[in-house]
Design a protein around this ligand. Structure first.
Ligand code: HEC
Length: 206
């Protein structure tokens, strides 16, 4: 009697399991809860058979060209990647007032990660990678060139790169770029040149 029960239950289990293991597709008899596969709720990227208006059946529409997400205005960079843009950035871009002091040392942290391999721990252009790419014309950050270089020009260089230095836009957010610039100016001994400035025109990059 006991063995009978065991037999019945294991047979039942096998049937249940096999129905689970069956792939969906052309097995209409087994897919008794299709809603569990194809959601009837609105999905952003696809809506099987119901949204015939948007491309690819998407419910989500693509944002209008030029759309900027809330609080991401500082990603809008108005200066072109050429010499005129570089000069204009030098005049138009200022250290954003909202930045404040770098109390957590994020600028140094980012500098050590992204810049020191070329520019060296203290801005001496003595990082190992610098030997490979070719040194700048100025010897180190303590040179008058970096001491007097407008922060806007440095921002432009970080955004687009300059000759042998690549762009750092993909690894440094706008705020982080400013943090690094604060640290560059601190290494140059002219930290006050990177003091935050209240800007009247909020449409320029902060
Ligand atoms: C691959 C090596 C390399 C890395 C990494 C690198 N730089 Fe440079 N950097 C250079 C070279 C080379 C120049 C000289 C470019 C020129 O004027 O021809 C330069 C120029 C500069 C200048 C002068 C820009 C100007 O407007 O003339 C600054 C400031 C600077 N780098 C800061 C940084 C900071 C900050 C980082 C890290 C986020 C960084 N660099 C990462 C190689 C590098």
């Amino acid at each position: 009697m006991k063995t009978n029960y065991i037999l019945i239950f294991s047979a039942l289990g096998a049937v249940l399991l096999s129905s689970c293991l069956k792939s969906r597709g052309n097995n209409p008899g087994l897919e008794y809860a299709p809603d569990m596969y194809d959601s009837k709720g609105y999905e952003p990227y696809n809506q099987i058979d119901s949204n015939r208006i948007n491309p690819y059946g998407m419910n989500m529409r693509e944002p209008v060209k030029g759309t900027v997400a809330i609080n991401q205005l500082d990603y809008v960079y108005p200066y072109a990647n050429n010499n005129e843009g570089y000069e204009a950035a030098g005049i138009g871009l200022m250290m954003p007032a909202t930045l404040g002091e770098d109390t957590v040392g994020r600028g140094k942290y980012l500098y050590d990660v992204y810049c020191s391999p070329c520019h060296g721990a203290n801005g001496g252009n003595d990082g190992k990678v610098m030997d490979k790419v070719g040194k700048p014309t100025w010897p180190n950050y303590q040179d008058a060139y970096i001491q007097t270089l407008p922060v806007g020009k440095i921002y432009h260089t970080l955004t687009y790169g300059k000759n042998n230095m690549g762009s750092h836009a993909s690894v440094l957010s706008p705020t982080d770029r400013w943090r690094v610039i604060q640290y560059v100016k601190a290494l140059a001994g002219t930290a006050s040149a990177a003091a935050p400035v209240n800007q009247v025109d909020s449409t320029t990059t902060r």
